[in-house]
Ligand binder design. Structure first.
Ligand code: CTP
Length: 399
């Protein structure tokens, strides 16, 4: 994708360097447009070196070219993002003032606009800014609401540039067709942890990334997303509602509570099959010799859903296998009553975290599809494409 990035004059301008990098990592091209004040905070040279494009700073910098340049860029860029956006640029956009390259680009642009404001709290809360914000939103711009916190001016309050990932997510959302609009997608992610005593537990190697990618991509496609996640360290979740749980029992309760509202349920979590019969309230002390930990079965959430779900709901299961992938996936798909089974090979070094995901999609009425070496997000997109096909298919062909 080709992205036009406007950088205006406020302290958060330095964060645009990281934003350009982040978008490039996902394979996108970024053409930066610096306002005159923006160039006071971050030099054109730095932006040029990072973006690998000649940075545009002024309407008249290259005589003879400027008249066409903003039109060409407006046509070429699939999205215009302004980050950070000052109160001043929002006022100009809102009132159609076109006195430099960025404002002229805004006026000649017909593609989606993402604005990430950053300013002092008083300016953010000023009725003039609120009004301009309303005007821009009514016109279809997507606002990435600033965070609250410590500001460069030394005050605490609203106005700090939103988290980078939120800005990136907004860019992807406005450029993705809303094929899941009106649908609610419930996703589970991560491992569960089954406590042995106050300091020890049984868990597994799931990072949660597959589930998070599914929730993220579903949200980009316009779905309302409900995410139930097991214990994972510090990840941004990007979901309308998030429930953080610990044990299989807690995950089961959360899924069964939210399932009635869902059109699609995707069980990407690696749920424990066993838990200690009794979690001790005090730390178990070692003794000489071996010890035995008695484990009992947890409830199978997919089986619980099989009994409780509506016929119109699409259910997706995952099968992480070390061997006999196809046979195991088919057996689980039948036993657990899922429409789709995503099966992949796991081992000490494959199938977890950021490693490429190679998997096979099993459906009842189609030959299995082998998907090779995808990122978690690409894998999520393939799975959701299949879910969308099932949502529009005749429900009598589904289990
Ligand atoms: N699952 C579940 N509830 C459990 C365990 C698993 O809903 N208590 C779901 C997982 O989220 C996944 C699917 O079932 O979508 C397959 O999980 P897996 O643990 O691989 O399958 P099992 O049925 O436990 O089979 P096995 O132990 O033979 O691998």
């Amino acid at each position: 994708m080709f992205i036009a990035l406007g950088i205006t004059g406020c302290i958060g301008a330095y964060k645009s360097i990281e934003l350009i990098r982040r978008l490039q990592q996902d394979g996108h091209e970024v053409q930066a447009v610096l306002t005159r004040h923006g160039a006071e905070f971050v030099t054109p040279l730095v932006v040029e070196a990072i973006s690998r494009h000649p940075v545009i700073t002024d309407m008249f910098q290259r005589a003879g070219q400027w008249e066409v340049e903003h039109i060409t860029l407006a046509r070429r860029a699939q999205v215009l993002c302004v980050s950070p956006a000052t109160a001043n640029i929002m006022a100009k956009f809102a009132h159609g003032i076109a006195d430099d390259f960025l404002t002229t680009l805004y006026l000649s642009n017909r593609n989606p606009v993402v604005i990430a404001p950053a300013m002092n709290t008083a300016m953010w809360e000023h009725p003039a800014t609120r009004r301009n914000l309303d005007i821009l939103q009514e016109r279809g711009a997507t606002m990435v609401t600033p965070d609250s916190g410590y500001l460069a001016c030394g005050e605490e309050g609203a106005g700090r540039l939103a988290d980078l990932e939120q800005i990136v997510e907004s860019i992807y959302t406005v450029t993705t067709p809303s094929s899941l609009k009106g649908r609610t997608v419930l996703v589970t992610a991560g491992p569960t942890a089954e406590d042995i005593d106050p300091v020890r537990f049984i868990s597994n190697r799931s990072s949660g990334r597959m589930g998070f990618a599914l929730a993220r991509v579903a949200a980009r496609r316009g779905a309302r997303t409900l995410l139930v996640t097991g214990p994972v360290a510090g990840r941004p979740f990007h979901s309308d509602q998030v429930r953080q749980v610990r044990s299989a029992a807690e995950m089961s309760a959360a899924v069964l509570e939210w399932a009635p509202a869902a059109d699609v349920i995707i069980m990407a979590a690696a749920v424990a099959d066993y838990r200690p019969r009794q979690a001790r309230t005090t730390k178990i002390k070692k003794t000489e010799g071996a010890t035995v930990l008695e484990l009992v079965r947890t409830a199978d959430i997919l089986l619980q859903l099989k009994a409780a779900r509506r016929p119109s709901q699409i259910v997706v299961g995952f099968a992480a296998e070390t061997d006999d992938i196809a046979a195991n996936a088919r057996r689980k798909m039948e036993a657990k009553g899922t429409h789709l089974m995503v099966a992949n090979r796991v081992g000490a070094d494959v199938g977890f975290g950021d490693s490429p995901t190679t998997f096979t999609l099993f459906r009842h009425d189609a030959t299995p599809r082998q998907i090779e070496g995808k990122s978690k997000e690409e894998a999520a997109a393939v799975i959701l494409d299949e879910v969308e096909r099932l949502l529009t298919a005749d429900s009598t062909t589904t289990p």
